[in-house]
Design a protein around this ligand. Structure first.
Ligand code: GUN
Length: 293
């Protein structure tokens, strides 16, 4: 048996088309959705993410304010920039690409962003609102995973979902979203301190790998027929590839597809959903601005 492949690109495209339709309506009413994208330094992976976000904005008809700063930028300078963007009524969303250079404290920058413009959903206020089910922006990757499961009509009600990884931007918020009533799963969170990871993953109806470790999940760690969602995006050296590297997930895809019933590829699975959910958050923020006007 070979698993069905989840086409994240196609599902992401539908979300982006919806954002484009809503953008057109806003623009007709005189409001142009605008995302400020801030990149500090020249990390190649970050540069490629930022370029992808800017392309998606343009395709949805939204404005992008592209801000590139040198790696030598100080924390104070970055906080001043965030304050100016917070105060700028034409900016609906502020995205500061992570990771930041070591001398800048990420948590200081994240809490400086106005929660009304926190389209990444990383601010403690956004996280708190998510946990207690109040309106607010949901973090894009976790929300994208939930939308993928819904679009693929995967039964999550009563399912046992095992999340591998506890990062602030994926594992923790994802585990939380999965226990909401609209998903209604029973969730196990595994991490680097978990004893006998395989014992847990083999019990999963839905296994979500978000550890950032290439091939952490081997075929024998997957229950036959399970749904496998691979959030990992890891660059591994590959001299035969044009760029000298290729992208792999946290799951051994070739082995997993023989055991799983459905699986996301890397690239082309969860990745495109992150950008799509960001577009949805920006348009939602602009709709909020429009309704306040
Ligand atoms: N770095 C990796 N993923 C993300 C993301 O979703 N948003 C931001 N701002 N930085 C990231």
């Amino acid at each position: 048996m070979s698993a069905g492949i989840i086409d994240g690109k196609a599902i992401a495209l539908r979300v982006r088309e919806d954002a484009a339709v809503r953008t057109a309506a806003l623009k007709a009413a005189g409001v142009e959705p605008c995302l400020a994208v801030v990149l500090v330094g020249e990390d190649p992976a970050s540069l490629s993410y930022v370029t992808g976000k800017e392309k998606a904005l343009a395709e949805a008809g939204m404005a992008g304010r592209d801000i590139r700063l040198p790696a030598s930028t100080t924390e104070t300078e970055l906080l001043d920039l965030v304050a100016r963007l917070n105060a700028d009524p034409s900016v609906d969303g502020i995205l500061v690409q992570l990771p930041l250079p070591k001398h800048i404290r990420e948590d200081r920058v994240i809490v400086a962003i106005d929660p009304a413009k926190d389209v990444d959903g990383f601010h403690p206020v956004s996280i708190g609102n998510m946990v207690i089910g109040r309106p607010g922006f949901l973090p894009c990757t976790p929300h994208g995973v939930v939308v993928l499961l819904k679009e693929m009509q995967v039964k999550t009600d009563g399912a046992h979902i095992v999340v591998v990884g506890r990062s602030n931007i994926v594992g923790k918020p994802l585990a939380n979203l999965l226990t909401r009533r609209d998903v209604n799963a029973t969730v196990t969170v595994c991490h680097t301190g978990t004893k006998d990871l395989a014992e847990h993953t083999r019990r999963a109806d839905i296994l979500i790998a978000a550890a950032g470790k290439p091939r952490l999940v081997s075929g024998d760690m997957i229950r036959p027929g399970a749904v496998v969602i691979d959030v990992g995006v890891n660059r591994v050296e590959d001299p035969t590839a044009k760029k000298g590297y290729r992208l792999v997930g946290d799951v051994d895809f070739e082995a997993a597809k023989e055991t799983a019933s459905l699986i996301t590829p890397v690239p082309g699975g969860v990745g495109p959903m992150t950008i799509a959910m960001l577009m949805r958050n920006v348009v939602e923020s602009a709709e909020n601005r429009s309704s306040r006007a």
